[in-house]
Design a protein around this ligand. Structure first.
Ligand SMILES: Cc1ncc(COP(=O)(O)O)c(C=O)c1O
Length: 266
């Protein structure tokens, strides 16, 4: 399987569980954009590659892949007959009027794309374990068997909550999206005030901060001295960075940045 780095930590674990091999293609050198990394991706995959995960807007970087970039991916996967898992769990959370295109809608992709989404991000139903996917019928048939014999089904009352979320949330999703956008702007500005230029995320609620070469040591120091929790970039395949989540109030986020600065971590 092929993965575009940095990538959500669970993909690697899932590939290991399935006894698969993983090929990783980095994007940190391109400010986490996919288009400049397409040549690297083309060189990394082969006819033996079965799956490619595309996650846009992405965890941990918040980059949103353009339609041009996704068309480039389409050309590569069609050439090598690769199936794409398009993880679109942050699709509803984008900024600056940007929308995240879905690779499965591109010509030639419908029969080779598994599109995932869920309620944990857009509807803040984290931990309620409700998600959904669209895929070719034969994938749905087989996945249904694994799902039925492992988790059985989504909890009944959470399914009702999902219907409620879809039908009656009115402006709540937009309210959250807009609050996240304000927090993103605030963090980008605060880091700039401390001399740290960060790639500006266009979606999700994460931001990547360049730190020392040893990102694990930096993250340990941040939590022990400044009491600020981050995730080392090396967990996502991108050493030298840490991921911050801004699913918290502006006051708390500002305090977190101030504490990092006070402890000479910026
Ligand atoms: C990229 C990505 N995909 C999937 C998930 C899983 O979401 P859920 O908690 O709804 O299972 C997460 C959660 O953090 C994520 O970041």
């Amino acid at each position: 399987m092929a993965l575009v780095d940095p990538a959500w930590v669970s993909y690697e674990a899932m590939v290991k569980l399935a006894d698969g091999d993983l090929t990783r293609v980095g994007t940190a050198q391109y400010d986490f954009q996919l288009e400049p990394a397409l040549d690297d991706l083309a060189a990394a995959v082969s006819d033996d590659t079965e799956l490619l995960v595309v996650n846009s807007p992405g965890n941990p970087h918040g980059a949103v892949y353009s339609e041009d970039a996704l068309e480039g991916v389409r050309d590569i996967v069609v050439e090598h007959d690769i199936t794409v898992i398009s993880d679109e769990i942050y699709k509803e959370i984008t900024y600056d009027g940007v929308e995240a295109p879905s690779i499965g809608t591109l010509e030639g992709m419908e029969d080779r794309t598994i599109t995932l989404n869920g309620f944990s991000k857009a509807y803040a139903m984290t931990g309620w374990r409700l998600g959904y996917y669209a895929a070719p019928a034969e994938v749905v048939d087989q996945a249904g068997k694994i799902h039925g014999h492992s988790v059985t089904c989504a909890t009944n009352f959470v399914q009702h909550a999902g219907v409620e979320a879809l039908e009656n949330t009115d402006g709540a999703v937009e309210e959250m999206r807009s609050a996240f956008e304000d927090r993103r702007d605030m963090l980008v500005d605060l880091f700039a005030e401390h001399g740290k230029e960060v790639p500006v995320p266009e979606g999700a609620f994460y931001i990547m901060l360049p730190v020392a070469d040893d990102d694990v040591a930096w993250a340990e120091e941040a939590i022990e001295t400044a009491h600020v929790a981050t995730v080392p970039g090396s967990a996502f395949g991108t050493p030298g960075w840490v991921r911050l989540a801004y699913a918290n109030s502006e006051d708390r986020l500002r305090e977190g940045v101030e504490r990092l600065a006070e402890h000479d971590l910026l």
